[in-house]
Design a protein around this ligand. Structure first.
Ligand code: TEU
Ligand code: CA
Length: 566
């Protein structure tokens, strides 16, 4: 038996990601909080999902919305207190929901006490918790930074006449994993949360933790394409194995790495069961599909193709055909909304494309991850004015471009499709002001389309809503292990309109048909042999035969259908 057929809760579970800042505010300060999540637990449970992944809720000065942590063992004041957290965890346990937290340990905040000590003098005990380059050695070799206005990952600090390393913003100095004390601190901190009873970690930019601390000049091929270099530090797997041995292996928990820069060839190095490192990770191939090269935030000029989309998912499925396990997702807090990006959020196609994409995630092998609001088809907000943006990534790039005299109108158009803020707008609960998210002024604009049916309240009472389709589709997956563990076979490989595949487990076989076309399309599936096909679900019921024996299928625009084959 293939190793990955071994059953486990984190393979069969469905994950719901919450960006706490935007989920539900309870005290009118315009910022979501832990109390808000508690208030909405019954709703989340009613979706049929099993695991909640929370974006960072630790103490933070919020330079990068919590990805800059100043105290790993405390809660961000805006979100609440440790008592609130403990209550959230126990309320989740009461409902049988598991909690996955974000682990951000490539870097800390510059306001963490370790960094404050580290920068105070060259000989303090925390000096070696971070990467320092003494100025007498000259300017350090080029390292790129994601959020720095000059793209420079080295920041000069006068106090000790040295540069420190920051792959992200100047307020996110990289921790020095090469120092065993740092690793011990991190493992103890992870243990602290596991002792509280959490069920796992999503590990932020985990492939970046190991560095060649001699900091050689970057090899030429990595110029501008530095991500694969950052992601393959010399001791990465040694550290992951050690982390597993020291902490992870002691608990029944799940881990999912944010594997930026990791290719299919490297996949099993992380998740082969025998290596005892991680359970699964998010790859970045889909996330870069509509982007210009370089792993950045510029949209590519031509339109992405369905054949490319299929190739990516088929290649990643094959990587885990016998060992390891994948994760399936179409958006998160760093990327635009799935229906706006991979579907079609025009009035005519919004419903079908949102539900078709849900069908896709729930019929592929790999654990499905949904991002809050995806269950009701939330869309990109597409803001016009730079003043409305909050994300450091958009704001700093705007600053860089204005300094360089670039065309800012082009940039603002790009951000309508690319900015991370598209995905961070407040959850749309009902038709009251600010969509029921806050009684105050929301920290980021609410998308006006909450008044046009994209809200929970309206969709709960509508049998044919995106939300209710989501619930039915979730139940379908839960009642059919074939959709979780079954082997995947791609059909109609060259079609630019239809994504079709079968899932097979023993004698049980399902056929999944997904249209990405804006017109009605017919296909012939004689390559799949079956006597009868029984329709299990469709997002466009009127246009499908419940039981059929011929191989001709007709799909309405963005229609999704799942059949059982006999
Ligand atoms: O993201 C890592 C990350 O590199 C992306 O945000 C990246 O900028 C983009 O994908 C470029 O291709 C993680 C978190 O998810 C993100 O929210 C944080 O800002 C970042 O790390 C720093 O902690
Ligand atoms: Ca609040």
């Amino acid at each position: 038996m293939e190793k990955n057929l071994a059953r486990s809760w984190w393979k069969e579970g469905i994950v719901y990601q919450i960006y706490p800042r935007s989920f539900q505010d309870t005290n009118g300060d315009g910022v979501g909080d832990i109390g808000g999540i508690i208030q909405r637990l019954d709703y989340i449970k009613s979706l049929g999902v099993d695991i909640i992944w929370l974006n960072p809720i630790y103490k933070s000065p919020n330079d990068d919305n919590g990805y800059d942590i100043s105290d790993y063992r405390n809660i961000m004041e805006e979100f609440g207190t440790m008592e609130d957290f403990d209550l959230l965890l126990s309320e989740m346990k009461n409902r049988g929901l598991k909690m996955v937290m974000d682990l951000v340990v490539n870097h800390s905040s510059d306001e963490h006490e370790w960094f404050e000590a580290s920068k105070a003098s060259r000989d303090n005990p925390y000096r070696d918790y971070y990467h320092w380059w003494p100025a007498e050695k000259g300017t350090p070799p080029k390292r790129w930074s994601f959020f720095d206005v000059e793209s420079n990952a080295w920041k000069y600090d006068e106090t000790t006449d040295a540069y420190y390393l920051h792959y992200f913003s100047v307020k996110q100095p990289d921790l020095k994993w090469e120092n065993p004390k740092v690793r011990r601190e991190i493992y103890d901190m992870m243990d602290y949360w596991f002792q509280k009873g959490i069920d796992g970690f999503r590990m932020d930019v985990i492939p970046f933790i190991s560095k060649d601390t001699t900091f050689p000049e970057l090899p030429e091929q990595y110029n501008g394409e530095f991500i694969p270099y950052y992601a393959s530090g010399p001791k990465l797997h040694e550290y992951l194995r050690e982390m597993n041995q020291e902490v992870l292996s002691k608990y029944d928990i799940m881990t999912v790495g944010e594997a930026i820069g990791v290719s299919t060839e490297q996949a099993l190095d992380f998740v082969d069961e025998e290596r005892k490192e991680l359970n699964m990770f998010f790859h970045f191939d889909l996330l870069s599909l509509d982007r210009a090269s370089g792993g950045g935030f510029w949209m590519r000029e031509d339109q992405w193709k369905l054949t490319e989309f299929k190739e990516i998912h088929s290649r990643w499925d094959a990587a885990f055909a016998e060992k390891g396990w994948g994760s399936m997702f179409l958006n998160n807090h760093d990327f635009p909304r799935s229906v706006s990006r991979w579907g079609n959020d025009s009035q005519a196609h919004w419903y079908n494309s949102a539900t078709m994409l849900q069908t896709f995630l729930l019929t592929m092998r790999g654990t499905p991850y949904f991002y809050y609001g995806e269950e009701i088809g939330m869309t990109n907000i597409r803001m016009d004015r730079i003043e409305d943006y909050r994300d450091i990534n958009t704001l700093n790039r705007y600053e860089t471009l204005s300094k360089n005299g670039a065309d800012l109108a082009v940039f603002m158009e790009n951000e309508k499709d690319a900015s991370r803020d598209n995905a961070r707008t407040p959850m749309q609960w009902d038709t009251t002001e600010n969509a029921g998210f806050t009684s105050g002024k929301p920290w980021l604009k609410v998308n006006e389309n909450y008044q046009e049916g994209i809200n929970v309240e309206v969709q709960l009472s509508d049998k044919t809503s995106v939300l209710n389709y989501f619930r039915s589709m979730v139940q379908l997956r839960k009642n059919k292990l074939t959709l979780v563990y079954g082997a995947y076979t791609l059909l109609l490989k060259d079609s630019e309109d239809i994504y079709a595949y079968t899932r097979t487990l023993g004698d049980d076989r399902c056929l999944v048909l997904l249209s990405f076309a804006t017109r009605t399309v017919s296909v012939n599936l004689e390559e799949v042999h079956f006597d009868k096909a029984k329709l299990l679900i469709s997002n466009d019921e009127d246009h499908a035969d419940r039981i059929k024996s011929d191989a001709h299928f007709t799909l309405k625009p963005y229609q999704a259908m799942v059949y059982e084959l006999f």
